[in-house]
Write a protein that binds this ligand. Structure first.
Ligand code: GLA
Length: 694
């Protein structure tokens, strides 16, 4: 059973303004992490709870991989151990997220229901021995998951310490087996109505792929050469909808048992792209995110901001950081250590941008098992360690900044005038093979765009296609390769109503079925942009060219004709010399800018900053970002909380009339922030700030 698919022409159109019925507002910032008492003896449980109290931990996530302990044999439930754990936590005043453990079916389940194990693209059916081995559409798996959710809800759904339901863990196993084939066909029938419509949308006249019966259609399993791109993207959409249907079933079981606790599931960045996050967020009370950094350089800080801005945008307000890594940054074949100072600064970075928590994977480092070397709040060295002392320090800081947890009565948590369009369709489309340039990755493009604004100190939101974008003076659309008619209309109306639209290469090339719109690229947007692109000119690896405004370009250029637009910058090399590279079209009360070249990061920074300035958009605190000081104004209940996160090398002082929450200093005297340090200044809403030097 899968969720109703979106109509072919209108994938995931927005139907409502983002924002939960009630923003997720815990009594204080949630602090703690995944705790796996099933891996430890009772003496360690007691030691753990004492250490949690020492560190001021107030929340743990339980049960995420506990299926085998909770149901050791089919229909036989053992919850005594969990009752004991909850008693210990409750006596210590520590709350918990309770997971449904459905991400990791135990071995008995595999043996009893082999058809409920996922099948890879190459036809190999997986077995137990790791985790996430489930065929999402297999009836036995769905049934067992519903029963488990119901059992947990009946038993713990009204527990006073329950902070929320953590449904499953990082949904994301794709299945290509027979159960998936059946439900994929049903999804396609609902999306297309007839085989004729599907054949047309999928261009099956090519390579003799015409389908004469629904039964002939399979998931995109291993085949001789390239897959049909329309089949590939529909399978991604279907898989997201199918996993969402499974989540909704669990949610309904829990609600039917009478539990009213908030529902969430943890999304995963930077690599996991199996979900269409906006439609998922619609089904949750709060969005939560697992965020793992992939760089040790200054870009780690930009990455914290990127993940946070995405999560806040998906959630439409406050969100939950469900997992981060306390000490390690994964770099290929090794995990490089993060300093204690950086761990604290990053934790506040997430909170600045809307997180209601600082939760980690995991509480205590495992002695065995596949993740025994993953860092933890309590390292292998134990509670008497430099690392654990830093965790206690973070607990103190979080307690001091607790007043910032309450969201504003009205309006956004972080005010942004720049929106960046995000939709999984763009990511999935650019992952289909055999494009003019397979090395241009959606996530990298989005991150590069976000990075430019982060470097300039300008706040941004991510925006759902079809959303009310009127509050953004500028809307940037990077690499949204497929666009529906409705989305083209929405963009056009945004510009005509006075918005400043910036659209990049590889946007609007195709319809939702990935059929290229003819007559010149980007076929869906030619009129809006006033350009016609006859040829796409990817560059060679390492090749760089320039524009006459000094920009440096790598990877991608185009042969552009400005049919109804002014030229802002032109190419200066070879065949494209003198041809437009960046154009601007006046449209109604607004403008549509087209960027045909993939600018190198520094040039992208300059270009986007110039566009923002043109709209009168500036940084939160002028002069700060250039010196490595990240400034985020998190709006609250009757006050703004200005987070000052210093990634730079020289001490800086910021003045603002209010109190610095960590030190208690009077902000009117100026708050000095040392390199690597953090400060949170509580000021009157909208109160001015000044950077008063070193
Ligand atoms: C994920 C999972 C955790 C753990 C961490 C390790 O986010 O949810 O169970 O495996 O990754 O980084």
């Amino acid at each position: 059973m899968s969720a109703a698919p979106s109509a072919p022409d209108a994938p995931a159109e927005d139907t409502s303004a983002p924002g939960r019925a009630q923003p997720f507002t815990p009594p204080a910032f949630l602090f703690g992490g995944d705790w796996s008492p099933e891996q430890w003896d009772r003496e360690t449980w007691r030691e753990d709870v004492a250490l949690m109290q020492r560190a001021k931990v107030n929340t743990v996530s339980l049960g995420i991989f506990s299926w085998a302990c909770l149901e050791p044999a089919e229909g036989v439930y053992e919850t005594g151990w969990l009752d004991e754990v909850l008693e210990l936590l409750t006596a210590a005043g520590i709350g918990f997220f309770l997971a449904t453990p459905t991400a990791s079916p135990p071995p008995w389940f595999t043996l009893a229901h082999p058809e409920a194990m996922p099948v890879r693209e190459d036809g190999v059916r997986l077995t137990h021995g790791s985790r996430d081995t489930y065929a999402i559409s297999a009836p036995a798996y769905r049934e067992a998951s519903r029963r488990m959710a119901r059992m947990l809800a009946e038993r713990y759904g009204e527990h006073p310490g329950l902070r929320g339901w953590h449904l499953h863990n990082e949904y994301g196993t794709l299945d290509h087996g027979p159960a998936a084939a059946d439900s994929f066909r049903l999804w396609l029938q609902r999306r297309y109505g007839s085989l004729e419509a599907l054949n047309t949308a999928w261009s099956t006249a090519f390579w003799s792929q015409r389908y004469g019966d629904w039964e002939e259609i399979t998931p995109p399993r291993a085949t001789q050469y390239l897959h049909n791109p329309a089949q590939l993207i529909d399978f991604r959409r279907y898989s997201s909808d199918e996993m969402l249907a499974a989540l909704v079933e669990q949610r309904e079981e829990i609600r039917a048992a009478g539990s009213t606790a908030p529902m969430t599931t943890n999304f995963m960045l930077p690599t996991w792209n199996h979900l269409e996050q906006w439609s998922w967020a619609d089904q949750l009370d709060v969005v939560s995110l697992d965020h793992y950094l992939d760089t040790t350089g200054p870009d780690a800080e930009a990455h914290v901001a990127y993940g946070s801005d995405l999560a806040r945008s998906w959630s439409g307000g406050p969100w939950v950081l469900m997992e981060q890594n306390a000490w390690g940054i994964a770099l290929g074949d090794r995990s490089v250590l993060k300093s204690p100072e950086r761990m604290i600064r990053h934790s506040l970075g997430y909170i600045a941008r809307g997180s209601q928590s600082s939760l980690f994977f995991q509480w205590r480092a495992s002695r065995g098992g596949a993740e025994q070397w993953h860092s933890a709040l309590v390292p292998h060295a134990g509670g008497s360690s430099r690392r654990f002392a830093a965790i206690c320090e973070l607990g103190d800081v979080l307690e001091r900044i607790a007043p910032a947890v309450a969201p504003p009565a009205e309006g956004p948590l972080v005010e942004a005038e720049v929106g960046i369009l995000w939709h999984a369709d763009g990511w999935w489309a650019l992952e289909t093979p055999h494009l003019p340039h397979d090395g241009i990755r959606y996530a990298e493009e989005l991150r590069a765009t976000h990075r430019s604004f982060w470097r300039a100190g300008i706040p941004v939101d991510f925006v759902r296609p079809g959303a009310d974008a009127a509050r953004y003076r500028m809307l940037v659309v990077p690499c949204q390769y497929p666009l529906s008619d409705a989305q083209v209309r929405w963009l056009t109306e945004y510009a005509e109503a006075g918005g400043h639209l910036v659209i990049t290469y590889l946007t609007g090339i195709s319809d939702p079925s990935l059929q290229v719109a003819g007559g010149g690229y980007p076929g869906r947007l030619r009129q809006l942009l006033g350009v016609r692109v006859e040829e796409l000119h990817p560059l060679l690896a390492g090749e760089e060219v320039t524009l006459d405004d000094g920009s440096v370009v790598a990877e991608w250029t185009e042969l552009v004709e400005a049919t109804d637009a002014q030229v802002l910058a032109s190419y200066t090399h070879g065949e494209l010399r003198g041809r437009p590279a960046i154009t601007l079209a006046e449209r109604g009360a607004g403008r549509a800018v087209y960027l045909s070249a993939r600018l190198r990061q520094d040039s992208r920074d300059a270009f986007l900053l110039a566009q923002a300035r043109r709209c009168g958009i500036g940084p939160t605190l002028p002069g700060a970002a250039e010196q490595g000081l990240e400034v985020v104004r998190r709006r609250g209940d009757g006050a703004d909380h200005v987070f000052l996160l210093h990634h730079g090398a020289e001490a800086l002082t910021v003045r603002g009339s209010g109190t610095e929450l960590i030190s208690g200093q009077d902000g009117a005297d100026g708050v000095r922030i040392d390199p690597g340090g953090v400060a949170v200044l509580a000021v009157e809403p909208g109160a001015p700030l000044a950077l008063v030097g070193r």
